[in-house]
Design a protein around this ligand. Structure first.
Ligand code: KG4
Ligand code: ZN
Length: 342
C-alpha cells in the first residue's frame, strides 16, 4: 500500500475485522471484510435519551454504552463465528473519556480472551474511511485516488485534511470555535427545533427560503473555519422576533454550506488534489452534498448518510489498513480523548 490509486476490491485472503465504536452517543459494532465489504453494521443510538436534556450528557452516555455494548456486539456477530474474526478494532479517541473507556476496555478483554490482534483507531480517520466501504465506493465511483482532500465535519470537529496515502494525513485547517455540527445543534436550539440539530435544521429549511442575511467567516489566507459569529448573528436575528423559523433555518444552513464548500474547493484547487472526500455527520446534509457536487472541480466522494454519522463499519475499514501495515496496539491501549490527526 502507500501512495497511488487503490482498487475497489483488494485481492487479499479475506480479513474480517470486528469494529467497535463508543466515542460519543452511539454504541456500534460492525464486521467488515477486507476494509470494504460490510458483513454487519449495528448502531444503537442514544439520541432519544439525550434529547430530553437538549444535548449529550457524558455520564449518561457512558452508562448507556455499558448497558448496550454486549447486545450490540452479539447482534453484529449473528451468523459469524468467532473463529472467522481476524482482528479487533476500537476507537480510542477523540471523544468523551467515559464513553471511549467502555469500548476500549471491552475490545482489550475480547482481544486477550480470543488471542486476537488489536488496533486502536482514531475516530476522525475512521470517518474518512467510510468512503472506502462498499456502499460508498462502488457503483458509479471508481475508487479513492491520492492525493485527496478530506473534509471531516462532525459534532466535535471541522477539519480539512490532505491525505497523501493510507495513514498519511496532513491537517490543513480546523474550526477556531464551534464545529459545523455543533453550530447546527446550537442553531436548532435557538430556533426551538430540538436535538440533534443537523437533521432538524435541514428538515425545517425545506419549507423556507434562504432570504435572510447572515455573515460568513471566510478567514482568508487560512484553511480554518469559524461558526460562532454566525450562531450569534442568528440569535440576534431571532431575538428581534417576527422571523420565520423555516427561513432562518434555510439561511443558516446556506451560510454554513457556503463556507464549507468555497473553502474546501479553494484548497482543492491550490493543492491540485485528485478527489474530495466528505465525511462526518454533517456530510449527511443534502444541501451540502448538492453544492459540492455542483461546483467541485474534481470528483467528490460522499458516504451514504448512515455511514456519515457515527458507526463501527468505518472503524473496521480504517483498521484494515493498519493491520495490513503490520501495526498492532498493545493490550494496555489507553483512551486519548483529545486525539487529533497524525
Ligand atoms: O459524526 P457524527 O455522527 O458524530 C460526531 O463524531 O460528532 O456527527 C454528529 C453531528 C451532529 O452535530 C449533528 O447535528 C450533525 O452531525 N448532523 C447533521 C446532519 N445529520 C447529522 N448536520 C447537518 N445536516 C444533517 N443532515
Ligand atoms: Zn463521529
Amino acid at each position: 500500500m502507500g501512495k497511488g490509486s487503490y482498487e475497489c476490491k483488494p485481492e487479499t485472503n479475506k480479513m474480517k475485522i470486528l469494529g467497535i465504536e463508543t466515542s460519543c452517543d452511539e454504541t456500534a459494532a460492525a464486521i467488515v471484510q477486507d476494509g470494504s465489504k460490510i458483513i454487519s453494521n449495528v448502531v444503537s443510538s442514544q439520541i432519544d435519551i439525550h434529547a430530553r436534556y437538549g444535548g449529550i450528557v457524558p455520564e449518561v452516555a457512558s452508562r448507556q454504552h455499558l448497558l448496550t455494548i454486549i447486545p450490540v456486539i452479539s447482534q453484529a456477530m449473528t451468523g459469524v463465528s468467532w473463529q472467522d474474526i481476524n482482528g479487533i478494532a476500537v476507537t480510542f479517541g477523540p471523544g468523551l473519556v467515559g464513553s471511549l473507556l467502555v469500548g476500549v476496555n471491552l475490545a482489550k478483554a475480547m482481544a486477550v480472551a480470543g488471542k486476537l490482534p488489536l488496533v486502536g483507531v482514531n475516530h476522525l480517520e475512521a470517518h474518512i474511511y467510510a468512503n472506502w466501504l462498499d456502499s460508498s465506493l462502488c457503483g458509479e465511483k471508481e475508487g479513492v485516488e491520492f492525493p485527496c482532500l478530506c473534509l471531516v465535519v462532525s459534532g466535535g470537529h471541522s477539519d480539512l485534511v490532505l491525505m497523501n496515502g493510507h495513514e498519511q494525513f496532513e491537517k490543513l485547517g480546523q474550526t477556531r470555535d464551534d464545529a459545523a455540527g455543533e453550530a447546527f445543534d446550537k442553531a436548532a436550539r435557538i430556533l426551538g427545533l430540538g436535538y440533534p440539530g443537523g437533521p432538524a435544521v435541514e428538515q425545517a429549511a425545506r419549507s423556507g427560503s434562504p432570504s435572510l442575511s447572515l455573515p460568513r467567516a471566510w478567514l482568508r489566507g487560512s484553511h480554518d473555519f469559524s461558526f460562532s459569529g454566525l450562531k450569534t448573528a442568528l440569535w440576534h436575528l431571532v431575538s428581534k422576533g417576527d422571523v420565520s423559523v423555516a427561513d432562518a433555518a434555510a439561511s443558516f444552513q446556506l451560510a454554513v454550506v457556503d463556507v464549507l464548500v468555497v473553502k474546501t474547493i479553494e484548497a482543492a484547487r491550490q493543492l491540485k488534489v485528485k478527489q474530495i472526500l466528505l465525511s462526518g455527520g454533517v456530510a449527511a446534509n443534502k444541501m451540502l452534498t448538492q453544492h459540492f457536487l455542483a461546483s467541485a472541480p474534481v470528483p467528490v466522494l460522499i458516504p451514504p448518510p448512515h455511514l456519515c454519522t457515527d458507526n463501527a463499519a468505518m472503524v473496521a475499514a480504517c483498521a484494515y489498513y493498519h493491520f495490513q501495515a503490520g501495526e498492532r496496539s498493545a493490550y494496555d491501549l489507553d483512551v486519548v480523548p483529545s486525539l487529533s490527526f497524525g
